[in-house]
Design a protein around this ligand. Structure first.
Ligand SMILES: NC(=O)c1ccc[n+]([C@@H]2O[C@H](COP(=O)([O-])OP(=O)(O)OC[C@H]3O[C@@H](n4cnc5c(N)ncnc54)[C@H](OP(=O)(O)O)[C@@H]3O)[C@@H](O)[C@H]2O)c1
Length: 233
């Protein structure tokens, strides 16, 4: 068994997830990165090649229960110190509830709100102990209190739903209870964030890993940005 702490990053093919794998490995963690299509995860395959002792790749579509079940079976008794659920989508570019199709809304809510909770529930038994941390990658846009502009309606709704489901998940937890974090990465230059975003992925991810490392064993559930600033629900 590995002596290094182990983190599983769900949604590690690109963007923040890929950077999370890179930086956790740089800090000495054993990292399991999951991707939907293992044959197309070229950057992650390169990282695994450079760091075969620290980085491994597994397949996972978080929105498909059979894929979650296969991941769980593949993990067997592997213990996780951190479960980092990063995968997410933006939904239709118009963000307009008057135009969204039922199928588009379903995909957005399933991927961003329900699937992360189902994955956390499925892997609860793999968490090492009460010092373990479960991270949900949410967004400041999921804050109901801070929603004064009303834009990004659909994406906001999906992350607000994730936050609500996370609070219920936390309330249901029984001993040993992991620490739970709902993290906002900032507005970051990725495929999702776009080139005009003010933050780069390495800066955002360094801040979030600092928070995760400090949170081990702290207990509770917090909604924080990448700099550790509390965000109102
Ligand atoms: N960038 C920002 O400014 C920002 C701000 C706030 C919150 N966030 C959140 O941060 C997280 C990462 O965002 P990002 O900017 O890195 O986005 P990104 O560049 O679009 O990457 C999204 C990642 O999620 C994966 N993914 C999507 N649906 C999936 C599914 N069904 N199963 C498994 N993996 C799936 C993608 O895999 P594929 O390659 O297979 O599509 C990809 O690895 C998301 O939850 C996002 O909502 C981002």
């Amino acid at each position: 068994m590995s002596e290094r702490p182990v983190v599983l990053v769900a949604g590690a093919s690109r963007g923040l997830g890929l950077e999370l794998v890179r930086q956790f490995a740089d800090r000495g963690w054993t990292v399991i990165g999951t991707v939907r299509d293992v044959t197309r995860a070229h950057e992650l395959i390169r990282l695994e090649g450079e760091r075969p002792d620290r980085v491994s790749i597994k397949a996972l579509d978080i929105a498909k229960p059979e894929s979650v079940a296969a991941l769980k079976a593949g993990l067997g008794g592997e213990r996780l110190d951190v479960l980092y659920i990063n995968a997410g989508i933006m939904g239709p570019t118009h963000h307009d509830p008057r135009r969204v199709t039922d199928a588009e809304f379903e995909e957005l809510m399933l991927t961003n709100a329900l699937a992360p909770i189902r994955l956390a529930e499925a892997l609860l038994g793999n968490l090492r102990d009460e010092k373990s941390v479960v991270v949900f990658m949410t967004s400041q846009l999921g804050s109901i209190l801070e929603n004064d502009s009303g834009d990004y309606d659909l994406y906001r709704a999906s992350k607000a739903a994730l936050n609500s489901l996370t609070r219920s998940f936390v309330a249901r937890l029984r001993s040993p209870r992991p620490t739970v974090l709902s993290l906002h990465p900032g507005w970051v230059k990725t495929d999702m964030g776009g080139a005009q975003a003010p933050l780069d992925a390495p800066t955002s991810v360094a801040g979030m890993i600092d928070i995760v490392e400090r949170a081990r064993g702290a207990g509770g559930h917090r909604f924080l940005d990448y700099q550790g600033k509390e965000i109102p629900w």
